[in-house]
Design a binder for this molecule. Structure first.
Ligand SMILES: NC(=O)c1ccc[n+]([C@@H]2O[C@H](COP(=O)([O-])OP(=O)(O)OC[C@H]3O[C@@H](n4cnc5c(N)ncnc54)[C@H](OP(=O)(O)O)[C@@H]3O)[C@@H](O)[C@H]2O)c1
Length: 197
């Protein structure tokens, strides 16, 4: 079995990536929500590598590394930080010279080659946790095996748009749809072309 590459995406209905506020979005909880559970917790056993865009990497070190955790954080976030700490973290950047997080390394170059090399390495599945600019490249190059998308119930989002300009149609197979309690959807799609290669 080759390692599967899943792109995690969080977006407004019109495809923007900045986290918006809407009723229910900012209610703190000691327990993980269903979205967090599906996107992360259920995958702790099958995933051992995270691929970040440089900006997402910097955001995650600052908020989700074990050393950044606050004593008041809920236990499930400590568990998330321990999971990220033990994962291999690949950071895509043209300019970054060093990384501070354990088990992380920097890479650059042709995305298809980077993905092909990662797939040849032994290991479990891989999650791409990047912002819209790197995710767009994954979509354009058709190198993901599947997409897990949380759609927030907001139109006219802010920040960068995930869809950008696409060069050709990509046909997806819908694997599941789930609606969450504050109106979000989780869409899980498989990419047909990646499956055949
Ligand atoms: N909705 C979400 O799930 C989500 C997730 C993450 C971030 N965000 C939002 O998106 C914003 C950041 O957006 P972003 O899309 O620019 O972040 P990003 O994709 O995480 O990082 C972009 C950076 O990744 C590097 N990169 C991308 N492709 C590369 C390649 N082929 N080779 C080498 N390096 C490559 C470049 O770093 P260098 O400049 O170092 O070359 C680029 O500036 C944040 O403000 C945040 O609010 C949203």
């Amino acid at each position: 079995m080759t390692r599967k590459i899943t792109v995690n995406m969080y977006m407004t209905l019109d495809g923007y990536g900045e986290f918006p506020k809407y009723p229910g979005s900012d209610i703190p909880s000691k327990e993980p929500g269903e979205g967090f559970t599906d996107m992360w917790i259920k995958r702790y056993d099958s995933v051992d590598t995270i691929l970040y865009g440089r900006k997402s990497y910097e955001g995650h070190v600052a908020v989700h590394s074990e050393s950044a955790r606050k004593a008041s954080d809920p236990e499930y976030l400590f568990e998330f930080s321990r999971f990220l700490g033990r994962c291999q973290k690949i950071v895509l950047s043209h300019f970054l010279k060093k990384t501070e997080w354990q088990n992380s390394r920097i890479t650059k170059g042709d995305l298809k080659r980077i993905v092909a090399r990662l797939k040849r390495e032994p290991g479990k599945d891989i999650i791409v946790d990047a912002g819209p600019s790197l995710v767009q490249e994954f979509i354009r190059r058709g190198v993901a095996d599947d997409y897990r998308i949380i759609v927030w119930p907001v139109i006219l989002g802010r920040g960068k748009n995930y869809w950008g300009s696409m060069l050709k149609q990509q046909t997806l197979k819908l694997l599941s749809v789930k609606s969450l309690k504050h109106g979000e959807l989780i869409l899980h799609y498989e990419t047909l072309q990646a499956r055949k290669s």
